[in-house]
Design a protein around this ligand. Sequence first.
Ligand SMILES: Nc1nc2c(c(=O)[nH]1)N[C@H]1C(S)=C(S)[C@@H](COP(=O)(O)O)O[C@H]1N2
Ligand SMILES: [Mo]
Length: 201
Amino acid sequence: MSGSGFSPGFRGRTHAFEGRLPPGQYPTESFPVLSAGPTPHLSTDDWTFTVTDETGGSRSWTWDEMMALPQQEPTVDIHCVTRWSKFDTRWRGVSLDVLLDGVDTAADYVVAESYDGYTTNLPLQDVTDGKAWLAHSFDGFALSPEHGGPARLLIPHLYFWKSAKWVKGLRLTLDNEPGFWESAGYHDYGDPWREQRTWSD
Ligand SMILES: Nc1nc2c(c(=O)[nH]1)N[C@H]1C(S)=C(S)[C@@H](COP(=O)(O)O)O[C@H]1N2
Ligand SMILES: [Mo]
């Protein structure tokens, strides 16, 4: 197995991730931190997660109530618009299907709202049917504050700016309401496979 000019490790990795790297991305083993502002340090004692519908009706969970819900352990690839992708990231959390279960709504959109004031908008159908989680653990440990702990959204099929850190709730909306980065020129939807980085993509 010599003479190819490539190390066996390099060839193996490239082969294993074939078809899993969206255009314009590079794989990384590290986990960069990207935040628009300072990291909030939140206590799980004060933490709540609230789903608000378009009529103003709402449901909230305390930390303990959320942790008592059925838990899932997704292993997924994540893709940041700054061009890094990270394969096989391991999380633990609650499917948004559980948190949205029974909500009677005419809304087609949601705005994720965070404790730091960050917002990001999503079609409702992109956070249902097993595509999105409220994640509180990463790689077997409680999610660190830098990466959005106590809990963040995990929506791996869209660029990672859609995965709101320090998330405090979802607000269902009838109309699409662009969030923090979407109002600043990032793409409204953010599909990494179609390279939807900015408005003009
Ligand atoms: N609340 C909040 N969520 C956020 C951000 C932020 O600034 N505030 N940054 C977003 C961006 S642009 C990215 S790429 C990812 C980065 O997540 P990471 O720091 O865990 O890599 O979080 C997203 N979620
Ligand atoms: Mo980002």
